[in-house]
Ligand binder design. Structure first.
Ligand code: RIB
Length: 279
């Protein structure tokens, strides 16, 4: 039977297709879509608010059955305004606290705490963070967890120790001078791409990782094991996030009235080679 009642299509919007974090996410989306006989339409919005709204509007026009929106630059409220009036089910990822009914929650607070605890255990006290200027809510929670853990050990993070730079490899690379100006013994990069860019910058400046400066990332993308030194990071179960997001969304598409679905996923420290004891 070639004719289907709905087109069995979901729209998926991610900020950056060049970041392996999102290709891994999409791998999970594809697996579950296939099992449930849906087809995902995938778009990368380049961290651009206008492009995001454009794709959202276009996907609605094309009558997708539901939407997964990851790490959107536009606010949860704006998304809600666009989508609610069309009655299209949707699920937000990495936008904790957004208004969507169904939720995948990855514990960013705990991730931030684990990151801080790891650096503190290695004896680091002069620590800087590199993150975007306008962080999404999950990143703010990540930072809050990190800070709280430092305060706990009486080593509060000064405002000047938070260096802002776009959350990309280039952003990390370009943050090198600002990082070095703070004379840290350790850096917490808010995601792995930033960490990898920064490691290149440090290498070019003759700074040794981890002997001179420890670098800690976040996400656990596949590249982490292929750089020298291998990147220590906080692992996010991103393929599972993609699978679960798709599962919950399709459940919702097929039964709009069911109660809110909630999935909590853990994060863990992946200790590799880019962090070491303070010298
Ligand atoms: O690398 C992409 C980052 O943005 C991840 O840490 C993810 O949580 C998202 O918000």
């Amino acid at each position: 039977n070639l004719i289907m009642k709905s087109a069995q299509t979901i729209g998926v919007l991610v900020p950056n297709l060049g970041n392996p974090f999102f290709s891994m996410f999409i791998r999970g989306v594809q697996q579950t879509s296939r099992e449930r006989h849906f087809i995902p339409l995938i778009f990368g919005a380049n961290h651009d608010e206008q492009l995001e709204s454009y794709y959202l509007q276009e996907l609605i026009k094309r009558a997708v059955d539901g939407l997964i929106i990851a790490s959107a630059s536009i606010t949860g409220e704006a998304i809600d305004n666009i989508l609610k009036k069309n009655g299209i089910p949707y699920l937000l990822i990495d936008q904790n606290g957004g208004p969507s009914v169904d939720r995948i929650r990855v514990d960013d607070e705990q991730g931030g705490q684990l990151a801080a605890r790891h650096l503190l255990t290695l004896g680091h006290q002069r620590i800087v963070v590199v993150m975007p200027e306008h962080p999404t809510q999950n990143l703010r929670i990540r930072l809050a967890g990190f800070k709280a853990q430092l305060v706990d050990q009486q080593i509060p993070l000064a405002d000047s120790a938070v260096i802002t730079s776009p959350m990309t490899k280039l952003g990390g690379y370009q943050a090198t001078a600002a990082v070095l100006a703070q004379h840290p013994t350790a850096v917490f990069a808010i995601n792995d791409e930033t960490a990898l860019g920064l490691m290149r910058g440090l290498h070019e400046q003759g700074v040794r990782v981890p002997d001179d400066i420890s670098v800690l990332g976040y996400d656990d993308i596949d590249l982490d094991e292929y750089v020298v030194p291998k990147l220590t990071t906080i692992h996010q179960p991103v393929v599972t996030m993609g699978q679960q997001a798709t599962e919950l969304l399709i459940n919702r598409v097929q039964n709009q009235r069911q109660p809110a679905q909630m999935v909590d996923l853990p994060v863990v420290l992946k200790q590799r080679e880019s962090t070491g004891p303070v010298k």
